[in-house]
Design a protein around this ligand. Structure first.
Ligand SMILES: Cc1ncc(COP(=O)(O)O)c(C=O)c1O
Length: 300
């Protein structure tokens, strides 16, 4: 297995959860896409990749959309509801900057929230005169107690809650579906942080009942970095904007996110399918990582 990775000799790498590692064979796929792009970068980036046109009709579905369909299928979702972002940080910032927060409103987070996400929430709140309330999660962690802690913290001005799917340091698989149901019943929108979920547990985003789901594929999806995704429920897409505005402004959810300036977006393109996630439908998603590891091992 070690030959699959590019570690310097003697490394025992224990931080895949924060900075994921990409197998060599996926990097080879990435390089082949990069080679293809460099044969005609303008055609690749401006026409083949995204649906945002520069005065020309597109001959076929843009490749980024085909990748979105494939990734969405892995997550139980429709490609039309999913866009690519650099990482969770970008996805969370997009939601927080777009969400109609007013002075006096409140965002709920738990004390298990990831620090970068917390800071994005604090910034968004500060800009609009809103506040962030941190809910203490009762230890030892039990699903019902976690749900109750969130539900019990909702106040008259709570508008949005950020809920992890799997927490960072403590690795708690959060009762996201139950928490989202309780919060939404009180009129609170739910932004799920799925940083560690795709590839490590089964994920079926629409069934979770959240408003937004941001996740990374560059952790347990084993693909190169800058492979974040942002899913939004259809009724939340209209006013959702990327953190960086470009050609897609006012052209709809997908167009807004699919072209945000000249970027090397190839890492989001096809590599996900090549890493063993796509062609192994018989692998239950909960054991996907192990299946993939076994698959890589079998392939020698
Ligand atoms: C729970 C959680 N949320 C968000 C992030 C941020 O991910 P990124 O740095 O890829 O945006 C991390 C990173 O480890 C995380 O563990």
């Amino acid at each position: 297995m070690l030959a699959e990775w590019s570690f310097e000799p003697g490394t025992i790498y224990l931080n895949h959860g924060t900075v994921g590692v990409t197998p060599r064979r996926i990097m080879a796929v990435q390089q082949s896409i990069r080679d293809e792009m460099e044969r005609h970068p303008s055609r690749f980036i401006l026409r083949a990749l995204s649906a945002t046109e520069f005065g020309r009709p597109l001959p076929e579905p843009p490749r980024l959309r085909a990748a979105a369909d494939a990734v969405a299928a892995f997550l139980g979702a429709r490609g039309a509801d999913l866009v690519f972002v650099d990482n969770i940080t970008a996805g969370v910032n997009s939601v927080l900057r777009s969400f109609p927060l007013r002075e006096g409103d409140e965002i709920l987070v738990s004390d298990l929230v990831y620090g970068g996400v917390l800071r994005a929430a604090l910034f968004a709140a500060r800009e609009r005169g809103a506040t962030v309330r941190t809910v203490e999660m009762p230890y030892p962690f039990r699903a019902e107690r976690l749900v109750e802690a969130y539900a019990g913290a909702v106040g008259p001005r709570t508008r949005l809650a950020i809920v992890e799917h799997i927490t960072a340091q403590s690795a708690v698989v959060f009762p996201l579906r139950e928490t989202a149901a309780r919060l939404r019943a009180r009129g609170v929108a739910v932004l799920a942080d799925g940083a560690h979920a795709p590839g490590s547990i089964a994920v079926d985003i629409p069934s979770l009942g959240v408003d937004y789901y941001a996740a990374n594929l560059h952790k347990w999806g084993w693909v190169p970095r800058n492979s974040g995704i942002l899913w939004a429920a259809p009724d939340r897409q209209k006013d959702l904007r990327p953190a960086v505005i470009s050609w897609g402004l006012d052209q709809g959810f997908k167009a807004e996110f699919d072209m945000i300036g000249t970027q090397d977006m190839l890492q989001r393109h096809r590599a996900f399918l090549q890493n063993g996630f796509g062609p192994q439908p018989q692998c239950p998603a909960t054991t996907k990582v192990l299946c993939c590891a076994a698959h890589l091992a079998r392939m020698g």
